[in-house]
Design a protein. Sequence first.
Length: 260
Amino acid sequence: MRVIIKPDYQSVSSWAAHYIADRIKRFAPTPNHPFVLGLPTGSTPLGVYNELIKMNQQKQISFADVITFNMDEYVGLPADHPQSYHRFMFENFFNHIDIKKQNIHILNGMAQDVEKECANYEKSILTCGGIELFLGGIGEDGHIAFNEPFSSLNSRTRVQVLTSDTIRVNSRFFDNDISQVPSTAMTVGVGTIMDAREVLILATGAKKAKAVYHGIEGAISHKWTISALQNHERGIIVCDDAAASQLEPETIKYFKDIER
């Protein structure tokens, strides 16, 4: 595992955005050989998206031959709902870059058969050659995507019942009204994420410190789904000082030393 520790949110966002842009440029995608990128929603990746938008508008990076797969979507929210992840991604990223609409994949929260929707999503990822890099965030309880605690570390795209803690945290996007937050979502599985050739997880703020500790120093456990990253050949956690605050001083020293 590679751990990048930066001083603050902005420096975490900048590092991650430049890393993603560099990976795409080195891959040199073409229409017949696209770069497949997994993407999250939520407040944490907004800084990364803003940096990538700037680089795209300055012609430093193109998304013309990039295919994206988003991590999750609420069940029961139409694409045009103010809090759907479809709308979030278009308003905060896709509308501002040169990506082709047909290259964007997001689970359909209004699918009549959600199980089939999830199975088809997995097939689409395979058809595109698998995900080259999966960007993600981390919940306070260590979940990645909507893979709540005790999700199987081999899980695939499926419907997930959300915990009361996740609903509480996400209620900030629903006027702080818990009753408005959907209780289920479709999400890629831990196994789906770990199948990516590279996984880059963002963690910022003191509230994420316990999860970062379990992801880096704790045992691999389905209680903390972030811990699955320890088994990934090319797993990266990028965090700020606050999110790294529960790590042992020797751990922090080690990772900062090798990233000099």
